[in-house]
Design a protein around this ligand. Sequence first.
Ligand SMILES: [Fe+2]
Ligand SMILES: [Fe+2]
Length: 356
Amino acid sequence: MNTESRNKERILIVDDEPANLKLLDKMLRGQGYEDLVLVNDSRDVIKQYQTARPDLILLDINMPHLDGYQVMDQLKALQDPLLPPIVILTAQNSKEYLLRALAAGARDFIGKPFDRNELLMRVRNLLDAQLAHRMMHDQKNVLEEMVQVRTEELRRTRLQVVQRLGMAAEYRDEETGSHILRMSHISALLARTIGWSEADCELLLNASPMHDIGKIGIPDAILLKPGKFEPDEWEIMKTHASIGGKLLDGDDSDLMRMAQQIALTHHEKWDGSGYPNGLAGEAIPQAGRIAALADVFDALTSVRPYKKAWTVEAAVEMIKDNSGKHFDPKLVDAFLQQLPDILQIRIRFDEAGHSD
Ligand SMILES: [Fe+2]
Ligand SMILES: [Fe+2]
């Protein structure tokens, strides 16, 4: 080791004997260690440790007030993942004594009286180990941060794709952007009311706008036809649910899985009379049941090219009548309970030309 070189590492030295402190200070300074924090009273260690953030601690065992073991207990209690190695300074070398110090958290010993070479070698080794440990710790943090940033990017991209898909479906349909907004917000509100977590409500808010994405696959002549459908046209129209289900299938993100479920099952009915699979009751995914109720309520109370808007009262009556038939009774209860807030959503996402 070149004695000319400077060592940036900070070493905390604790000894009640001023002569020992002085000696260690001299030996270490002679080796280029300039950043030394000397502590004479063991009761000051924690405070000094927290301000100095040393890379190594040299610790006497036999001290008044707090002995070395107690100091180590206090340091351990801080639960600092970067707690530096602790080297015991001791005149004792009985095996039992040294084992006790090791068990208490010491990493190494330096016998008194101090041997200069031994001291410097142990200090250098432990400082190197601590620097490597710190570097790995920092690198882990950097990596974790990078992963977080990338994950957030992915999440945002996925949300964008999903929202744009929803918009694409709107272009093909009489349904408007405000319908999508109202329907998805009502869905999230119903989900929250029946006890879904905030995170799942957020998923539903983002997934439900794609419920009619399958209409992309319906010919214009049918999709845009004013007036009533012929039975065969109606059959084709109904395929939008399975088309949407296929379109969104195969991605295992929570968002896409929920969107897929909703596209596929938002026309299923509680009593099994819906489409495309005639599922009944709880065999219908809850997200699909929620979207069904929110979608129907908003569609009924909106103007469409082929119909006038129903009044809220008439739509509410229809939903009540269909509890246990078209709709999950538990959701109808949630709907009735939240009616004032649902009407607020209607006001919030109102559109010109559409009224009750
Ligand atoms: Fe639909
Ligand atoms: Fe809809």
